[in-house]
Design a protein around this ligand. Structure first.
Ligand code: TYM
Length: 342
């Protein structure tokens, strides 16, 4: 069976982009793949995390996985720091990846900002740890949102170079799975920025635990425009809006795309239903579909995190199963590299 690996950072504020771009897709893949879903706490500490919050956020991401419909009996759910193979393999990949490759990573540049000298070494090495996450399980496919594309290309480069350097096909060349209608959900305040956990404005994102009132308020305040909603004739053969038009109205198309993703319909259908209407009407319908989808997930997350024993059991059991898969891979790598284990 083909193997899936993916991860979400426990850095708080899990949002609609994480859900539509990643977590919701994880659920459906369970039918056809052997799936491993990780809460990447070691990635989280590449920027400062309060230890108590890190614990709470680790449970929150686990609860989101469970509440969204990932079955812990079928799939493996665990947190990264419980399986030491990730850190061990990451070191080897630090010695495989080239500085030139790392220097091209746009996420590091964005996250480190202007004061690059003050960024942690971990933030810089983040992509080699990510490659280790995936390749410790020889995963064939990785479902992610669009923003992770470059990191997955680096993972492929590392696998190819490792195999080439040692003359052995140890690692698969992993395929990214970027699918669904919302691979890049944008901020509700500014259509040129992606929705993110770290945006200082709470109004920029809908979180997975927002209640109906918060969702309604955020959608009401979301930036849109005073033009009417266009008809489906603006879509190209690929079902996407004309790029120039989309660029001219980024916030409008973001809201329309979010609606399509939540209602699980094509964008064309949304445009057919709302053609000629203004955003005031549309926002009411969007609120309804958002609350209908996220409401049950948010309350289940709350139930699971209020009494976290079940969540902790899932992580403990998942880590034991993850180790069973990763340890033989690590031993194979150590042998190939020439690490003596007398
Ligand atoms: P993270 O925690 O930032 O995000 C988790 C997942 O959500 C997707 N995502 C989005 N999708 C659509 N629109 C958005 N605005 C949006 N924001 C986030 C991300 O693409 C991701 O799929 N580096 C990863 C975590 C990671 C990982 C891995 C992923 C660590 N190791 C191995 C896959 C495989 C990250 O920071 O995700």
């Amino acid at each position: 069976m083909k193997r899936i690996f993916s991860g979400v950072q426990p850095t708080g504020n899990l949002h609609l982009g994480n859900y539509l771009g990643a977590i919701r897709n994880f659920v459906g893949l369970q039918a056809d793949y052997d799936c491993i879903y990780c809460v990447v706490d070691m990635h989280a500490i590449t920027v400062w995390q309060d230890p108590k919050e890190l614990v709470a956020n680790t449970r929150e991401v686990t609860a989101a996985y469970l509440a969204a419909g990932i079955d812990p009996k079928k799939s493996i759910i665990f947190n990264q720091s419980q399986v030491s193979a990730h850190a061990e393999l990451a070191w080897i990949f630090n010695c495989v990846a080239r500085l030139g490759w790392m220097n091209r990573m746009t996420q590091f540049k964005e996250k480190a900002g202007k004061h690059r000298e003050n960024a942690s070494v971990g933030l810089y090495a983040y992509p080699t740890l990510m490659a280790a996450d995936i390749l410790a399980y020889k995963a064939s496919h990785v479902p992610v949102g669009e923003d992770q594309k470059q990191h997955l290309e680096l993972t492929r480069d590392i696998a190819i170079k490792f195999n080439g350097d040692f003359g052995r096909e140890v690692f698969p060349v992993t395929e990214p799975l970027i699918f669904g209608s919302a691979t890049r959900v944008m901020s509700l305040r500014d259509g040129s920025k992606k929705m993110s956990k770290s945006d200082p404005s709470d109004y920029s994102r809908i979180t997975m635990t927002d209640d109906a009132d918060a969702v309604a308020k955020k959608i009401r305040k979301a930036t849109s425009d005073s033009e009417l909603i266009p008809g489906p004739e603006i879509l190209g053969d690929d079902g996407k809006p004309d790029e120039e038009l989309r660029r001219a109205r980024p916030e409008a198309f973001n809201l329309l795309t979010i609606y399509a993703a939540l209602a699980d319909v094509e964008l064309g259908e949304v445009l057919r239903d709302f053609e000629g209407k203004g955003f005031a009407d549309f926002k009411k319908a969007l609120t309804e579909v958002a609350v209908e989808n996220l409401g049950p997930i948010g309350s289940e997350m709350k139930r699971l995190t209020d009494a976290p024993d079940h969540v902790d059991d899932v992580l403990r059991d998942g880590a034991a199963r993850a180790r069973e898969v990763a340890e033989p891979v690590l031993r194979e790598v150590y042998d190939v590299v020439g690490f003596l284990r007398p």
